[in-house]
Design a protein. Structure first.
Length: 133
């Protein structure tokens, strides 16, 4: 049985990536380790899931969020409480805006960013939670 999903990213600009994901996005530091000439930091990203999509569905998600196919084989989606505010904060701190937040057919507010360490991010806010409060 799998107990944890850990996405391992090699970041050419390690310090910038660490600043962005830990300090700006607010992922808590779980541990930091070094090797001769190298470093790694494990950040808490909350609950993890593995979303598998076939190419037509991946293209559909890109069409909804961005308007065209832009993601590679891997895209990281992060759920937040306020997608518009988090998107603006991340852009102000080094992410490149690919698409402004848009309401999706599955009732979430999603934006798309190019972030440090070569990751394409979907920042999403579940809008149904507003109706449940």
């Amino acid at each position: 049985m799998v107990r944890e999903l850990r996405l391992v990213v090699t970041a050419p600009d390690y310090d910038e990536a660490l600043r962005f994901y830990r300090d700006v996005l607010g992922m808590g530091e779980l541990g930091a380790f070094s090797s001769p000439g190298g470093r790694v930091t494990i950040l808490d990203a909350g609950r993890a899931t593995l979303e598998l999509a076939d190419p037509p569905h991946a293209a559909y998600i890109d069409a909804v969020e961005v308007g065209s196919r832009v993601a590679g084989q891997i895209r990281v989606a992060l759920q937040v409480d306020d997608a518009a505010t988090v998107t603006a904060t991340l852009v102000a701190n080094g992410a490149e805006l690919v698409a402004e937040p848009v309401r999706t057919p599955w009732n979430s507010l999603n934006s798309r960013l190019e972030a440090p360490a070569g990751l394409q991010l979907t920042i999403f806010e579940e809008l149904d939670r507003l109706n449940q409060a």
